[in-house]
Design a protein around this ligand. Structure first.
Ligand SMILES: *Cc1c(COP(=O)(O)O)cnc(C)c1O
Length: 427
């Protein structure tokens, strides 16, 4: 697209945007009587307008039906989590029985590693992206220790080459090959939370499988942001949170993917609970764990219906979209516009004041751009906030800006870039 650096152009793009009506399905916080420019969906997605109704419906069911709510009402609680599986399977590119909605993200990461990190004296190493989200680092480190290995020896982190900001797929694949005899697991984020780099997950899964290791992905920043094909890519497992790009509310319910090739593998350990028991016999309370076939066999505890109802409010919006590729199409244009405008600021000032560290190749990123501010970074961030732009600050000098195609506009992006430009003289 031939972008233009003016408000008329942004307005015109908003007019022809096929997703323009989706914004009204969200509640936008206010700043001085106007909608904020919310570019922080990478951290917490906005509240769907229907969220209140969804949670009220379940509070009413609880009030009117009490325990009968498990079996009665429009949407009996016993199967409530399953009513979300179809929507989520479409978002992550899975078969419906390969996904389960449960727990929170780091908890699920641990549960999946119980199954898929099975170190022995020969194969005990794990490859991760360097600078993974801290919770993933802590989870992996504690798993390694739990099995009696030394994290410093067992965890291999891959960093960008000297002078580069993001990882090359070839370097990831080479590292996997170099450790082929000792590698048990490759655990990667889908999109790195700091740089916004979207990794080539198929290449990573293939490389892992070629050396006999498992491949698992944390999709916290990818699910609901970019199209994914977990089943076809052959990922062994994945997990994500739903409160970022999937708008399920603070602390919303996480989900897992387990590839169908593992459904009947009796060698996989599980930390079991009754909610993962095959449903037709769950209430017989028989001794011995007989899991449900599918990702739901990894469930542990009773489903948190009130949280799930909020998740459902958001999933009805994704269902109305139909296809992640529709979202992606706008996302590429919107984030491309932000990139164009930031580069214009640099060009017009004759120096790179705002350095985008997210890959320039649109295929290697989602909607987020991570921007290093080379002068007065924190003051610049505060200036944006004072003027109604909610971005996200990362030490020491990075502002993450995530135009979310479901609710952000080209005018949001244009105004943000204008403020970035004004900050040069204002702060
Ligand atoms: C957001 C995020 C988390 C958060 O985990 P919770 O268990 O939901 O608190 C973990 N890992 C990654 C990669 C994330 O982006």
């Amino acid at each position: 697209m031939n972008y233009q650096n003016n408000l008329e152009f942004a307005k015109q793009q908003d007019q022809v945007d096929p997703l323009k009506d989706f914004r009204s399905r969200f509640l936008i916080p206010q700043h001085k009587g106007e909608d904020v420019i919310y570019l922080c969906g990478n951290s917490l997605g906005l509240q769907p307008t229907s969220a209140q109704q969804h949670i009220n419906d379940q509070l009413d069911n609880w009030k009117n039906l009490a325990v009968e709510g498990w079996f009665q009402g429009d949407d009996p609680w016993l199967d409530y989590h399953k009513s979300l599986s179809g929507s989520i399977a479409r978002i992550v590119g899975a078969q419906e029985n390969e996904v389960a909605v449960m727990n929170s993200l780091t908890v699920n990461l641990h549960l999946l590693m119980v199954s898929f990190y099975k170190p022995d004296s020969k194969r005990y190493k794990v490859i991760m992206e360097g600078g993974a989200f801290p919770s993933d680092q802590y989870a992996m480190e504690s798993q390694v220790k739990y099995h009696g290995y030394d994290p410093a020896d067992a965890i291999i982190e891959i960093f960008p080459r000297e002078g580069e900001l993001t990882l090359r797929t070839e370097d990831i694949v080479n590292s996997i090959q170099q450790n082929q005899n000792e590698l048990a697991l490759v655990l990667f984020g889908g999109i790195n939370y700091y740089t916004g780099q979207f990794f080539d997950l198929k290449a990573i899964a293939d490389a892992a499988h070629n050396v006999g290791a498992y491949a698992g992905f944390d999709l916290a920043h990818a699910a609901g942001n970019v199209p994914l094909q977990l089943h076809d890519w052959g990922a062994d497992f994945a997990c994500w949170c739903s409160y970022k790009y999937m708008n399920s509310g603070p602390g919303g319910v996480s989900g897992i993917f387990v590839h169908e090739k593992h459904f009947t593998d009796k060698q996989l350990n599980r930390f079991a609970g009754w909610w993962g028991y095959r449903q037709d016999k769950r209430f017989l309370m028989a001794p011995g764990f007989d899991p449900a076939i599918g990702a739901n066999g990894w469930q542990v505890s009773t489903a948190p219906i009130l949280l799930l109802s909020l998740f459902k409010a958001s999933m009805t919006i994704f269902d109305a979209l139909g296809d992640m590729n529709i979202l992606r199409k706008k996302s590429l244009l919107l984030t491309g516009y932000l990139e164009f405008l930031i580069n214009e600021i640099n060009f017009n000032n004759g120096e790179e004041i705002f350095k985008i560290i997210t890959p320039a190749d649109p295929a290697s990123r989602g909607c987020q751009l991570s921007v290093v501010c080379k002068r007065k970074a924190k003051a610049t961030f505060n200036f944006l906030a004072e003027n109604g732009v909610i971005g996200d600050w990362r030490e020491p000098d990075v502002i993450r800006l995530s135009p979310v195609p479901l609710y952000n506009t080209f005018q949001d992006v244009y105004k943000t870039a204008q403020l970035l430009n004004n900050s040069i003289t204002a702060v």
